[in-house]
Structure formats: structure tokens, C-alpha cells
Design a protein around this ligand. Structure first.
Ligand code: MLC
Ligand code: AMP
Length: 505
């Protein structure tokens, strides 16, 4: 059904308008927990219409940015779809970000409106030059919305920007990835097909909605198919287990699966109505894959994606789901693996993974040179991931060419943390690495060289300084003190030596 939608459909409509053609008003959009009433697709349409009218009355016009840092709620999703309808660029931020992090995003993105939790408003007001409105975790908005629910959706061209998602870089500051309406459509369609999405599927949604995984994958697939979402505000294993029997699809990062498996209530009975479990955003250990299969008789479908590209590959629904592999390219996604001299790798050796397709983003916000650097002349995007291809056409992610830690599905750039540590009085220099962690996959670990006789510098003093300045998930779980950092002849810190030393195999 989805594939029958003509390619040209988006040329005149926005992503929401395309979704609207696929959902019925009288179907439940969000089944709420805690006895709150169901929200129907008619409510999604009416409420997003009211918000779109409001945004237009505030004077926002196509291409303006709406920055949103709020707790997950149905209203949060209404705002997202309202922005798409009004041709505004939705810019979600992790709720864990602190003052300096938010200030950077505001100065870089220059939003026309900021929507935040009430407790953050006074802080953001200090540096924002646009209106700052609030939406609390119950979905209460600080202003009155118009009663008018009808809204004429803005027309969009394929490369009109739907969202900006910030993603950090190995060098410099986080960059805003420009995601177009056509990117959203291409990815939702290819995933719907690959995962054989059924209208009757019920999505158990426990991911945050400020990333590609929770917003674009776990929300778009139900919405473009007019299916129901059970919306949990946070991932809590007991709550997931409680709602699994009413669900058919669950999507998680590996940490979610590790935590579910640690709960004795997670068993075959809980999963009896499930059709599909998917994993992504970080490597799924074979051990977790196997344990999951033994416990539930279900096999996790691992897939691979990125903020800049949406989803690229997936293990199949029909056919072998290989542990340790991320499957084959999705329809419309071209992938290739090249060696360091840009020659195609013709055997199963690891190489640099590049992707091309309608799923691939338009570029980085106001960074044309950086954008040009990340694309090849023939339009492939350099993912920075190291991958290999087996004889059956399955891709495995073997490592990363970027200095990046993925902890619980969240990306952390060592350089950013090192910069904060290096500014702490008494610190001479530091190196931040990821070490294997049973829950988060990788744990941020700091290695610090301190000035002599700085007895005041301890693991806990460094951690508390970090906690006051950066989002909690980026804070080092451990700090080690050394006399000097190992360096190669070029003077570059040899992080592999630090990793081996602190995690001997
Ligand atoms: C929270 N904490 C973390 C953390 N999340 N530490 C390291 N890594 C993480 N991911 C810390 C907090 O700072 C806090 O520290 C403590 O853990 C408890 O916080 P919490 O908020 O209660 O955490 P919890 O609910 O347990 O969250 C863990 C989690 C969450 C795994 C459920 O991080 C999560 O939802 N991760 C998924 C992220 C995601 O959706 N990624 C997709 C990116 S898109 P303290 O010290 O204050 O106690 C992408 C593309 C693709 O990658 O392919 O999908
Ligand atoms: P992000 O920039 O937050 O979108 O993170 C994207 C990165 O997550 C990718 O470049 C990969 O390094 C990693 N990633 C996503 N899915 C997987 C997976 N299934 N296996 C291994 N790494 C993954």
C-alpha cells in the first residue's frame, strides 16, 4: 500500500500530509498508560492543527526553527507534527542537556521559538533572543492555543528541511544535520516494507523522542501506517514487561535488552503477542542476542542507522537474522566499503562504509565546507564506520574511524569531555576513552594527568565538576590518574594503549 504512493506525492505535500492519507480518524493513535483516555488520530490532526495555527499566528514562517527540549508526552508529538504541517523546522534537544550545551544550540540554530520544561525557562530566557514557551510533562502549554483546528498544510519540496538533529563531531562543536521531508518519507517507506509493518501492529514506545531512533523510526512507522502506539514516558523494564502482552512491536537500544533480560518477569509469556523486536543505535552483543533468543524464542532484528542517514541496513524478517551483523541495505540505500585508498574492498576485510540514497541528509546547518568534506564526489556519505561484507551480503559494523563512545545508545565525543576536564584547575591534560560496560555497552572513562601535589583532585572531584557542566550521560563513570599519557612519535595520544592497559583481555 505504501509503495503505491507516487514519488511525486511529496513534491507538493509535507511528510505529515503523506502520513495523514494513511491513517483513519477513529483509530487510536496513542494508548495512554495510567488510565488516561486514548488519543485518536482525529485528535492528532485537530491538536497539531491548533498548534500549527498558533505558530503561524506567532509569525513563524517556513524554514524557521522551533527548538524543543521537553519531557516525552503525546503533546510533544503534536508539536512535532504541527511543525511539519507548518513547514517549520523541528529541532529536538536531549532533556539531559545543561545550560552551556543549550546555549550553544540556541546561538547556532537561531530558533524563532523555544519550547522547554517550565523549570528550564528562566535559565533559557537569560540567553535566548526569541520567545521561550513551556510545555510540562503532563502536556500543559504555557499559552492559550487557538480553537481553530483546521489548518492548510504547507506544501513542501523534496529537499525542504523537516528537522535539524544535532550530532557531535570529532572536531569542533556539534553540527546540525538537516533532515528533509523526503528523507523521512524514504526511510519510513523502506522500513515499513522491510519489517512488513501491519496496520494492526501496536508499537510499544519506550525510547526518547529527541533522536532518530525514537522520533523517526519508532514514531513514524506507526503513524505512516495508521497504527497504535503505547507511549511510555521513559524506559522502565517493569513497565515495558507490563505492556508487552498488548503490543506487537518493540524497538530498543542494546542497553534496553540487557536490562529486560536482567528482569525475571521478562519471559515467553510476556512476549506471546509480539511480532518484532528490533535493536540499533549501538552494537548488540552476540551474548545478548543469544540470551534473548533462549529466553523468549524471539530473534532480535538488528539494524544500523545514523542521524545523518536514518536507517541504512536491517536483518531480514524472512531469512536469517545473523548475530553480530546489521543485515543488508534497505530498499533505495546503496552501500559500499572502501579501503583507505578509496578502492572497493572485494573480500570480507573491513573498510570504510559509505552510503547513498534518498535517506541521506542534505548537509550540516550552515557548514557547507564540512558538508562537502563528508560527501564523496559521486554523492556517497562517509559514515565514519568500519564495516565488512560477508559472502551472503550481510554487513557487520566492525568499529569506527571516529573517536566516538556509544553509551546506552547515546553518542559521546571524547574531545568534548577532554576539553571540560582540561579546564579544571590543576589538570595538565586528559584523555577520554570508552571501556566495555555490561549495561551501557561502553562507559566513558577519563585518564587525567594532574599537576604535582594536587591532592584535591580526585575521581569524585572530577566527576562532580563534570556533572555541573555537561549532561549526565556524558559524565565519566571512572577517572584514572597517570603521570603521563602515552603518545606516538607524532605526539598523538595512543588511546589504544590506554584501552589495553585499563581493560586487559
Ligand atoms: C542515563 N545515564 C547514562 C545514560 N543514560 N549514562 C551513560 N549512558 C547513558 N546512555 C546516566 C544518567 O546521567 C544518570 O546518572 C543515571 O544514568 C540514571 O539516569 P536515567 O535518566 O534514570 O537513565 P536511564 O533511564 O536508566 O537511561 C538509560 C537509557 C537511556 C539506556 C534507558 O540512556 C536511553 O533511553 N538511551 C537510548 C538513547 C537513544 O534513543 N539513542 C538513539 C540515538 S539515534 P547519575 O550519575 O546522575 O545517576 C542513533 C541512530 C540509530 O543512534 O541508529 O538509531
Ligand atoms: P548517531 O550519530 O547518534 O546517529 O549514531 C550513529 C552511530 O551509531 C553509527 O555511525 C554507528 O557507529 C552506531 N550504530 C548505529 N546502529 C548500530 C548497530 N546496529 N551496530 C553498531 N553500531 C551502530
Amino acid at each position: 500500500m505504501l509503495l503505491e504512493m507516487a514519488e511525486s506525492e511529496l513534491m507538493h505535500k509535507n511528510f505529515y500530509t503523506v502520513c495523514r492519507a494513511g491513517f483513519a480518524d477513529d483509530v487510536v493513535f496513542i494508548r495512554q498508560t495510567d488510565d488516561r483516555p486514548d488519543i485518536y488520530y482525529s485528535d492528532l490532526h485537530a491538536q497539531s492543527g491548533r498548534i500549527a495555527n498558533h505558530l503561524t499566528e506567532l509569525g513563524l514562517t517556513k524554514g524557521d526553527r522551533v527548538m524543543v527540549q521537553v519531557e516525552k508526552s503525546p503533546q510533544n508529538l503534536f508539536w512535532y507534527f504541527a511543525c511539519l504541517r507548518a513547514g517549520l523546522i523541528y529541532l529536538p534537544l536531549n532533556t539531559a542537556y545543561l545550560e552551556h550545551e543549550i546555549e550553544y544550540f540556541v546561538s547556532d540554530a537561531e530558533p524563532s521559538l523555544i519550547l522547554c520544561d517550565p523549570q528550564k525557562q528562566p535559565l533559557i530566557d537569560n540567553f535566548a533572543s526569541c520567545p521561550v514557551h513551556t510545555l510540562d510533562d503532563q502536556g500543559c502549554y504555557s499559552k492559550e492555543l487557538p480553537t481553530q483546528t483546521d489548518f492548510k498544510d504547507i506544501e513542501c519540496a523534496d529537499d525542504d528541511i523537516a528537522a535539524i538533529l544535532y550530532t557531535s563531531g570529532t572536531t569542533g562543536k556539534p553540527k546540525g544535520a538537516l533532515i528533509t521531508h523526503a528523507n523521512l518519507l524514504a526511510n519510513s517507506r523502506s522500513l515499513s516494507d522491510a519489517w512488513q509493518w501491519q496496520k494492526e501492529d501496536v508499537m510499544l514506545h519506550a525510547l526518547p523522542v529527541f533522536h532518530v531512533h525514537g522520533l523517526f523510526v519508532a514514531t513514524h512507522l506507526p503513524v505512516i501506517n495508521g497504527s497504535t502506539i503505547i507511549l511510555l514516558s521513559k524506559f522502565k523494564p517493569d513497565e515495558v514487561i507490563r505492556y508487552l502482552p498488548e503490543s506487537t512491536v518493540y524497538m530498543g537500544v542494546p542497553t534496553n535488552y540487557v536490562r529486560l533480560l536482567a528482569n525475571p518477569g521478562f519471559n515467553q509469556q510476556a512476549c506471546k503477542n509480539m511480532r518484532l523486536f528490533t535493536s540499533g543505535s549501538a552494537p548488540l552483543l552476540v551474548q545478548t542476542f543469544d540470551e534473548f533468543q533462549n529466553r523468549t524464542s524471539h530473534t532480535i532484528v538488528e539494524r544500523y542507522g545514523m542521524t545523518e542517514t536514518g536507517m541504512n541496513t536491517s536483518n531480514p524478517i524472512d531469512g536469517e537474522r545473523k548475530p553480530g551483523a546489521v543485515g543488508k541495505p534497505l530498499a533505495g540505500v546503496e552501500v559500499r566499503i572502501l579501503d583507505d585508498d578509496d578502492n572497493p574492498v572485494t573480500d570480507a576485510s573491513p573498510g570504510n562504509l559509505q552510503v547513498r540514497g534518498k535517506n541521506v541528509f542534505k548537509g550540516y546547518w550552515r557548514l557547507p565546507e564540512k558538508t562537502a568534506e563528508e560527501f564523496t564526489e559521486d554523492g556517497f556519505f562517509r559514515t565514519g564506520d568500519i564495516a565488512s561484507l560477508d559472502q551472503d551480503g550481510y554487513i557487520a559494523i566492525m568499529g569506527r574511524d571516529k573517536d566516538l563512545i556509544i553509551s546506552g545508545g547515546l553518542n559521546i565525543y571524547p574531545k568534548e569531555i577532554e576539553a571540560v576536564i582540561d579546564k579544571i584547575p590543576g589538570v595538565l591534560e586528559s584523555a577520554v576513552i570508552g571501556l566495555p560496560h555490561p549495561d551501557f555497552g561502553e562507559a566513558v572513562t577519563a585518564i587525567v594527568v594532574a599537576e604535582e601535589n594536587r591532592k584535591d583532585l580526585t575521581e569524585s572531584s572530577i566527576i562532580s565538576q563534570l556533572k555541573s557542566q555537561i549532561a549526565g550521560f556524558k559524565v565519566a563513570k571512572q577517572v584514572h590518574f597517570v603521570n603521563e599519557l602515552p603518545r606516538n612519535t607524532m605526539g598523538k595520544v595512543q588511546k589504544n594503549i590506554l584501552r589495553e592497559k585499563l581493560n586487559p583481555q
